[in-house]
Design a protein around this ligand. Structure first.
Ligand code: DGL
Length: 280
């Protein structure tokens, strides 16, 4: 039974294209696993929406993946992890992993002065999910949080090494640097693409915690413990992308997030189970 379950794909969802940074890290850690990715591009962004809406959307995304017979669900979206993870874990039979707790754990391991910064969407910051997760690992650590709503559109525009983005980052990071953080959690799917620029603005002494990397490591450890790693090591895993809006728009920028070309993308209507062919 377990052996059969282990060969099933891993399901990953996000509000849009950004979750491909998590897929990239998962594929790096587990290259022989198949991954089904859902980007809810029709309803992106989640980071500006209310907890109720984010939780409802996340439930529909996860239900789509469960319908694809996945062995685990990874909530790649920080905003959805912040608001909906517990509800999803209670509702679905397969293991459901988020990005918040793994990142918080690594930040606590890395900080020396127990002053941790976190940057994320407005909804993630409002949830206080990161401070709570950091406190779970070290209740004496202090968290300095900053919502950075301009960064997602800048990254999607491809302005990852642009003077405007540098100026915006300086504005966002200055208060955190004044608060003497020594560790910074990149608490949003899009921020790994900004790592070189963030490093330049924050300076070499700040440890950067990439929530995509931490999540992939966490999923890897837990699937191993649960006996759910695909035993067929001689194969290369497939990554199958689905989106809820125009596929061409997604495919145009997806490669930058994934780090290599995406397979043909399928458009789906979450209210029906039928996947329509591309060109949607
Ligand atoms: N995926 C979202 C996150 O990581 C960023 C984009 C959005 O606001 O939907 O929080």
């Amino acid at each position: 039974m377990k052996k059969q379950a282990a060969t099933r794909p891993i399901g990953v969802f996000d509000s849009g294209v950004g979750g491909l940074t998590v897929v990239r890290e998962l594929h790096r850690a587990l290259p022989h696993e198949d991954i089904i990715y859902l980007g809810d591009t029709a309803r992106v962004p989640y980071g500006t929406k209310s907890p109720e809406t984010v939780t409802r959307f996340a439930g529909e995304d996860a239900r789509f993946l469960a319908g694809k017979n996945v062995k685990a669900i990874v909530v790649a979206c920080n905003t959805a992890s912040a608001w909906a993870l517990a509800a999803l874990q209670a509702r679905f039979a397969v293991p459901v992993f988020g990005v918040i707790s793994p990142g918080a754990r690594v930040a606590v391991e890395k900080t020396r002065n127990r002053r941790v910064g976190v940057i994320a969407t407005a909804a993630t910051i409002r949830s206080r999910a990161y401070p709570l997760a950091v406190a779970d690992h070290d209740e004496k650590a202090r968290v300095f949080a900053r919502a950075c709503p301009l960064l997602v559109p800048l990254v999607e525009e491809g302005w990852v090494d642009h003077p405007v983005t540098r100026a915006v980052l300086r504005e966002y990071l200055q208060p955190l640097l004044r608060d003497k953080i020594d560790t910074l959690i990149l608490g949003c799917t899009h921020y790994p693409l900004l790592k070189p620029l963030i490093r330049r603005v924050a300076g070499p002494k700040i440890a950067l915690v990439d929530s995509a990397e931490c999540c992939a490591q966490h999923v890897c450890e837990h699937l191993a413990l649960a006996g759910l790693l695909n035993p067929r090591l001689d194969r290369k895993g497939r990554i199958r992308p689905f989106v809820t809006d125009d596929t061409a728009q997604f495919e145009k920028i997806a490669d930058r997030f994934l780090g290599f070309p995406v397979e043909q993308t399928w458009r789906v209507d979450l209210n029906s189970t039928v996947a329509r062919s591309t060109k949607g």
